[in-house]
Design a protein around this ligand. Structure first.
Ligand code: T3D
Length: 261
């Protein structure tokens, strides 16, 4: 099989393209390993200042490759083990990466494919894309953080209806509900997502990373704890070279040149 994830670094943006188009980019082990390697690179490589995640072909991702779960081949797989080994580490990498992750949902996103898109920081979707909590159709529970992100992003009523019925949700509705950032005309999606990721990559990476951390932490913090966290993170951001550059550029009435430090 050819490369399951295509990886390219340009203008500080690491573009990761899920690449099993014949299977609507369903996840097999090779694709998991490759995608994880991409996000690990994003963590460790200073040249990477934003990630853009998308899919090749007409789908974004159809979730787990069910061909690898054929019960007729015998045995009962331990899905707790596959979640622990493959999906959960990926979701933690995306959330813990202190750099922005833009997701361009180019087509159908089902099962884990949908929930991975919802875990990214800014998710755009082609107008023709649909999101499906496909788990209910095969007797599973939403994973990849879906029960967490759906409840938080759109509330329990909508989360339950989507998860229990597996009804497809179109991109426009997903955007109007606040599940994603924007629905974009199909032909413009990749250009818009690339421009957004490049803009973020040219930004003050340290401050952006700390902002991501603060907003995510708010889910678990009381107001007073969050104020303390903002104080601590602002102290850290205030020591960055990009902050000094941002203020200097403002005072000199010029465009800032952020270095990501
Ligand atoms: O197992 C664990 O480790 C636990 C973790 C679970 C995480 C999960 O994601 S569970 C949920 C798994 N995903 C699904 O149940 C979705 C299955 N797919 C679909 O329901 C439909 O394919 C879609 C609604 C996504 C798209 O429908 P449509 O009509 O646009 O396309 P299609 O014709 O169904 O699919 C095109 C091809 O992709 C087709 O192959 P073929 O017939 O051309 O050779 C189809 O079999 C293949 N494909 C689509 N999804 C999967 C898949 N092959 C394997 N696994 C898939 N998930």
């Amino acid at each position: 099989e050819s490369e399951t994830v295509l990886s390219a670094l340009e203008d500080g943006v690491l573009r990761l393209t899920l690449n099993r188009p014949d299977k609507l980019n369903a996840f097999n082990e090779a694709m998991h390993v490759a995608l994880r390697a991409g996000f690990e690179r994003a963590h460790s490589d200073d040249h990477v200042r934003a990630v853009l995640l998308t899919g090749a072909g007409r789908g974004f991702s159809a979730g787990q490759d069910l061909g690898d779960r054929d019960p007729r081949k015998g045995g009962t797989p331990d899905l707790g083990q596959t979640i622990e080994t493959f999906y959960n580490p990926l979701l933690r990498l995306i959330r813990n990466l202190e750099k922005p992750v833009v997701c361009a949902v180019n087509g159908v996103a089902a099962g884990a494919g949908a929930n991975i898109a919802f875990a990214c920081d800014i998710t755009l979707a082609a107008r023709s894309a649909r999101f499906i909590q496909a788990f209910a159709k095969i007797g599973l529970v939403p994973d990849s953080g879906g029960t967490w992100s759906l409840s938080r992003l759109i509330g329990e009523a909508r989360a339950k209806a989507l998860a229990l019925t597996a009804e497809p949700l179109d991109a426009e509705t997903a955007a109007s509900w606040g599940l994603i950032w924007r629905a974009i005309d199909d032909a413009a999606l990749l250009d818009e997502a690339t421009a957004l990721a490049a803009r973020l990559a040219a930004g003050p990476t340290k401050g952006i990373g700390l902002t991501k951390r603060a907003i995510q932490a708010a889910a678990n913090n009381a107001f007073d704890e969050q104020l303390d966290l903002e104080r601590d993170l602002q102290r850290e951001a205030g020591r960055s070279a990009d902050y000094a550059e941002g203020v200097a550029a403002f005072l000199e009435k010029r465009k800032p040149e952020f270095k990501g430090r």
